[in-house]
Design a protein around this ligand. Structure first.
Ligand SMILES: [Zn+2]
Length: 272
């Protein structure tokens, strides 16, 4: 074969050849690897095509703008959308995510079905302290909105590969936090144990393993085999974070028209 033809072949083939390792990584992550990572509790999934009404109960314009910029990153190419309202008075009667900035940081999990209340379902107090870097503020918003979409911490996956030591490690810090937000001593113990145990594999959706998910909880712990493991804080959505939401809420959001609130009684299509 003339050299010029061989060179042309290599020139055309090289980009494809270089992509093979990347494709193998994705193939392993999505098909071959055991299913342990982004985890959604099925019962907490929102109905498909919901326009989630998000209302700010108390905050500055800057905090509100930051949340409005960062949170929608979750919904790219999904069929959900966010509609933001800057006060409870301006919001419709039924709201899905109600954000307060007054006490602690945390979020209720996914579809709580408590639409007519005026009580906060998400708290972002740490945004008001002035002590968070830009990336930490972004991480806080993405992480709490991940919970609001139904995702639990990665270490609750039934297939979490590092053993249950990390769950035990969470408890001592959890008890006082729960008591601070109003739980009794006994109530705090029950609540902390409930949110720090593996989810039921039959009641959850899972994607392939993803140590870079924003739903990881940053910590250092001892694994089952006695070695130290560090899980780092992520301030951006990972490939599989986006993939999970696109998989479980597939398609594009229907443009919102004022007064066209989708019925929350609509059947929630189960994604197999
Ligand atoms: Zn969390």
């Amino acid at each position: 074969m003339p050299n010029v033809i061989i060179n042309r072949f290599l020139l055309l083939a090289a980009p494809a050849i270089l992509r093979i390792p990347l494709l193998l990584v994705f193939f392993y992550a999505l098909v071959l690897a055991p299913a342990y990572a982004a985890v959604m509790v099925i019962d907490k999934q929102w109905p498909q095509n919901t326009s989630l009404k998000v209302v700010f109960l108390d905050c500055s314009k800057d905090q509100q703008r930051l949340v409005e910029q960062v949170a929608p990153q979750w919904l790219a190419k999904s069929n959900l959308s966010f509609q933001f309202y800057d006060s409870f008075e301006k919001a419709p009667k039924e709201t899905h995510i109600r954000i307060s900035f007054l006490v602690h940081s945390g979020s209720r999990l996914g579809n709580h079905r408590d639409y007519c209340s005026d009580k906060a379902t998400m708290n972002l107090f740490d945004l008001t302290t002035g002590q968070l870097s830009d990336s930490s503020a972004r991480r806080l918003i993405l992480h709490e909105f991940g919970h609001a979409l139904g995702l639990v911490h990665e270490f609750r996956s039934p297939y979490w590969p590092y053993g249950t030591n990390v769950l035990q490690k969470m408890l001592p810090n959890c008890y006082p936090k729960m008591e601070r937000i109003g739980y009794s001593k006994q109530g705090a113990i029950l609540r902390c144990k409930a949110v720090n145990r593996p989810v039921d594999p039959k009641k959850s959706e899972k994607t392939a393993f993803d140590e870079f998910s924003v739903m990881n909880y940053p910590t250092i712990f001892t694994t089952q085999d006695g070695s130290k493991k560090t899980i780092s804080a992520q301030s951006r959505l990972s490939y599989l974070d986006r993939y999970a939401i696109q998989l479980w809420y597939p398609g594009r959001a229907v443009p919102y028209i004022c007064g066209s609130t989708p019925s929350l009684k609509q059947t929630n299509r189960r994604i197999k």
